[in-house]
Design a protein. Structure first.
Ligand SMILES: *[C@@H]1O[C@H](CO)[C@@H](O)[C@H](O)[C@H]1NC(C)=O
Ligand SMILES: *[C@@H]1O[C@H](CO)[C@@H](O)[C@H](O)[C@H]1NC(C)=O
Ligand SMILES: *[C@@H]1O[C@H](CO)[C@@H](O)[C@H](O)[C@H]1NC(C)=O
Length: 556
């Protein structure tokens, strides 16, 4: 076939595929039930999303020049994400000369002939689609793999986000006319109203800058919300706060007022990165900094959950290469908070690299779950920490068991459970956790699902430095089986050791094998900013999931 007719055939195929999928997939309608996001049956749907940008200068979804879109969507699924927060600039909806450009034209206009060549190889059907058709085709491909999509208005004018003075920060800024924005939201909501996989619309990413104020926030966010809801009453309407999505604290004094409040469609979104407390993470004691950052998270947005309002942690993430001290301390802290609240979330980000970011072609994304070439995970080790948060542990439909405590180890994304060696524990995938009973700030740690097994009492005891913590035969409730929360982070689980065990405070820790659970002298509980306690961090998280019971091994 000549190249032209080959392209035409591919386009036709694409159109047919899109039509077929539109028919096939039933529209998923989500709504809220107090703080939870639920499906039509009232079952919780936990958003475990990954951010995927289409808002940079070319307005072409990142990665199309590197891998076939179906392969990328397949990786999203195989990595365990059920949803994508797909970004776009409002200009795509409001500037016809932009939205009618083809992918090829836009890439070439930005000097990205190499990316255009990559699209021709990997996604030939996309090259002559308009930018709007291209975005739709990405959404449809995700839908085809049952991946939910949240369309996120990231900026007005295409380009990297965000700066205080980039003209895109707040209503009234150079490129941010509120009327144009409301029109743009309404068109996007209309265009995607009948696309089943689009379950939510995020009104605007990271409002910020010298113009920001709460008065205008209520005025325009409520208008934007009404416009989206009128065009697509099925979609969740997601509202971010001020100061780069760091601040929803003002909602404590004044709730949002929308006409469709009774329909359960409003969700709030908040962001959290290490760089907002960069200096503290680097210089401070990680327990103390984590405690402050976690309290701050509650004040910034976490408090909404207790008021029955859904909160979506729509951006968090860290350098996945392991060399960033701040990120290494921040990430397990943030993961512990996400687990504690069992938050809905979107990791930043999917992309291993960008076609063009901040003037650099082919820029690497060190936070990206995929590697530079979009072929495989950047770092399998760190991936498991993110994946640990994908499984719901509470909420409507997940109440099979009475609430119990999980010992979650955020550094590895694993949980404490009985090991094959009698009475000892090891790190296991959290779907294989044991159910513990614990009453903070100080009590025994009792394995609730292990009554009368092999003559062992079900309470956990410390046996000394570097030795496994065990379920023993001695009576429970003495010093070595009374565990207290010993640091500000709330993640050091400690006993006071008897003099014959060397005295001092012993904390749960991971053994040198990286798997067994032992006790060791507690590391840098406070003050010291030079040492890293994260290996000893165990977050006590409440779950109501059914426990996959493993019979407790008997004493050898
Ligand atoms: C609309 O998009 C075109 C193509 O990118 C651009 O040249 C033009 O400046 C845009 N118009 C406005 C008003 O932003
Ligand atoms: C993956 O992350 C781990 C833990 O942070 C780090 O030690 C390792 O070097 C990273 N590997 C790669 C390939 O970046
Ligand atoms: C737990 O999840 C892992 C994958 O992460 C899977 O291999 C394993 O079978 C699951 N275990 C149970 C009990 O479902």
């Amino acid at each position: 076939m000549r190249p032209g007719s080959r392209r035409a055939a591919l386009c036709l195929l694409l159109v047919l595929l899109l039509a077929w999928h539109r028919e096939r997939a039933a529209a998923l309608t989500l709504s809220t039930s107090s703080r939870w996001i639920v499906d039509q049956a009232g079952h919780r749907v936990k958003l475990a999303c990954v951010n995927w940008p289409s808002h940079l200068e070319p307005v072409v979804t990142e990665g199309l020049g590197r891998q076939p879109v179906g392969a990328i969507a397949g990786m999203v699924v195989s990595l365990g994400f059920n949803c994508v927060r797909l970004t776009y600039p409002i200009a795509l909806a409001t500037n016809a000369s932009l939205s009618s450009l083809t992918v090829r034209q836009s890439l070439l206009a930005h000097g990205l002939a190499e990316t255009a060549g990559g699209v021709e190889v990997n996604n030939p059907g996309f090259l002559d689609l308009t930018l709007m058709e291209s975005l739709k085709a990405v959404v449809n491909t995700l839908g085809e793999k049952d991946v939910m999509v949240i369309l996120d208005n990231h900026v007005s004018k295409p380009g990297w986000c965000c700066g205080d003075d980039d003209g895109n920060g707040f209503f009234g800024d150079r490129d941010f006319d509120p009327d144009v924005w409301v029109d743009g939201l309404a068109s996007m909501a209309t265009i995607f109203a009948d696309v089943p996989s689009v379950i939510g619309m995020s009104l605007r990413n990271e409002l910020r800058g010298p113009r920001q104020n709460t008065e205008d926030w209520y005025t325009y966010m409520q208008r934007g919300a009404e416009a989206v809801h009128a065009a697509n009453p099925r979609a969740l309407v997601i509202m971010g706060g001020l100061s780069y999505d760091y601040d929803l604290s003002f909602l404590a004094a004044r709730p949002v007022g929308v006409s469709f409040a009774a329909e359960g469609k409003l969700v709030f979104e908040v962001h959290w990165y290490s760089f907002s407390d960069a200096r503290a993470w680097e210089a401070g004691n990680a327990n103390e900094v984590c405690a402050r950052a976690a309290r701050d998270f509650e004040r910034r947005g976490g408090f909404l959950l207790a008021r029955g309002l859904p909160l979506f942690l729509s951006e968090f993430g860290a350098d996945l290469r392991g060399g960033d001290l701040r990120g290494n301390r921040y990430f397990p802290c943030a993961a512990a908070v996400a687990a504690k609240h069992d938050l809905d979330w979107a990791y930043w980000a999917l992309q291993g690299s960008y076609a063009l970011r901040q003037g650099v072609a082919g820029m690497d994304e060190v936070y990206g779950v995929l590697d530079w070439s979009w072929t495989k995970p950047r770092n399998e080790t760190v991936l498991s920490r993110i994946q640990a948060l994908q499984r719901p542990i509470q909420g409507p439909g997940y109440g099979e068991a009475l609430p119990y405590t999980v010992l979650f180890h955020p550094l590895t994304g694993l949980c404490a459970a009985a090991s094959a060696a009698a009475g000892t524990l090891e790190l296991r995938p959290c779907n294989e956790t044991d159910a513990w009973a614990y009453a903070p700030p100080s009590s025994t740690l009792v394995r609730r699902d292990a009554a009368a097994a092999g003559g062992l009492l079900p309470c956990l005891r410390a046996e000394g430095r570097g030795l496994p913590a065990r379920l023993g035969t001695k009576a429970c409730g003495d010093a070595l089986s009374t565990w207290r929360i010993a640091s500000d982070s709330g993640m050091h689980v400690a006993v006071d050791a008897a003099p014959e065990l060397g005295g001092g405070t012993l904390c749960l820790d991971v053994g040198a094998d990286g798997r067994s659970i032992v006790t060791n002298p507690c590391a840098c509980l406070r003050g010291d900013g030079t040492c890293d306690p994260e290996r000893q961090w165990f977050k006590l998280v409440t779950s109501t999931r059914r426990v996959a019971r493993t019979p407790l091994p008997t004493l050898a």
